[in-house]
Design a protein around this ligand. Sequence first.
Ligand code: UGA
Length: 452
Amino acid sequence: MIISIYGAGYVGLITAACLAKLEHQVTCVDIDTKRIAMLRKGQCPVYEAQLPELISEAVQANRLHFTDNFAEATKRADIHFIATGTPSLPEGNANISQIIAVAVTVAQQTERDCLLVIKSTVPVGTGDALQVRIDKELLKRRQKIRISVAANPEFLREGSAVHDFMNAERIIIGGKAQEIAPLQIVYHPLVAKNIPLLSMSRRSAELAKYAANVMLACRVSFINQISQLAGALGANIDEVRQGIALDTRIGPHFLRPGIGYGGSCFPKDISALVYTAKALQIDASLIEAIAKVNQLQKNWLIERLQHHFNNKLAGLKIGIWGLAFKPGTDDLRDASSLVAMKSLLAAKAKLIVFDPAALLAAQKLFINEPAIRWCETATEVLTASLDALLIATEWPEFRNFNLHFLSEKLNKAPLIDGRNCFTLEQVKQAGVAYYYSVGRPQVMSRREIICA
Ligand code: UGA
């Protein structure tokens, strides 16, 4: 199939590279000329495992092209995928202006019947609205061209997006059966691997995307709230989680306690769905509560520090391991680490910081901040005679760090682990002076355990 993809951002690039891997002819277009120039030089503008290799393989095989010329992309394609951003507006609803602009351009320029597929996460009803808008544009052209609109939401996690695309647990396509048939051809190689392809109405497909993200965020907030209870009641969240996860109705996934979810998806999608519900005068208190619990959980690191140092944080040297909203990405959007950093700077602490991927992005956010020292390695952070070390992202290199060495370097400084990177047993054996983790008993150097 001849496919055009609008938006060379995260979703656009993964979709482009993966569809080219499935042997389609793909053109990826973006108005950002710098980004397109980078891609043409073989540089990948986003941090994502396997993506640079996949792009260069597809470019070499002549199946993937990048352009900033819309006409080049709009004229020939059988299928147009829109993967532009839908940032939150101040009221919480998603801004779909870029999506409308692309749809109108396609309607004005295409020379053949085609399918327009919405990949971006959009408010329910966007597909219907686009169809009306496109039909109007086509009427103006007085040509017998038909453009159908389909919804095809993505379920890709940053850090494992290529794997998620190629090994999807389901593919959802929304639209009228006869109109969305070309998507069956697009995804045939995946369906042949027994990946279920669900066809449904456009509105159901649009809502399924929100429902999936809200459900996942709900599980994270649920386990975080239970972990607060576990901490206060002297229980251990690991044991509690085991106790519920073996129930197949509950399962083990997305029940890792921590310092709250972040990223570009959960917070934005929750706000957008709450906005939609309110506009329909439907009670959204459950969905609102997910965001509220998450906001509170983001204070966990600073609260443990305040507790340990009796609210006196001014002048303390606080190490931070991990900034990205999760491992495997350099993305800092809504990262919980930022909440801790801002609170610590406000309390006049000094920060000594390292992240394996997100350091550059963080330096841009905290430009010329004299109270932050940026380190090149996790070990360099430990050379600063720290008063405490916080872990905000569970990168494998932290999980696998030599705990005996860490314990020695920390001396009496507490290790405050917002991602439960270590077992209590490991920490006790290494003799860490004070270890605080989420929803588990506090460990002290005298190898006794007390209630957090
Ligand atoms: C999420 C969804 O998982 C994808 O299916 C979806 O396609 C994507 O949003 C999107 O809408 O584009 P992503 O934002 O990349 O993907 O990240 P997740 O892996 O879902 O993690 C989100 C946050 O939840 C992270 O901050 C992570 O640390 C946190 N989390 C996750 C927990 O705190 N505990 C868990 O058990 C799982």
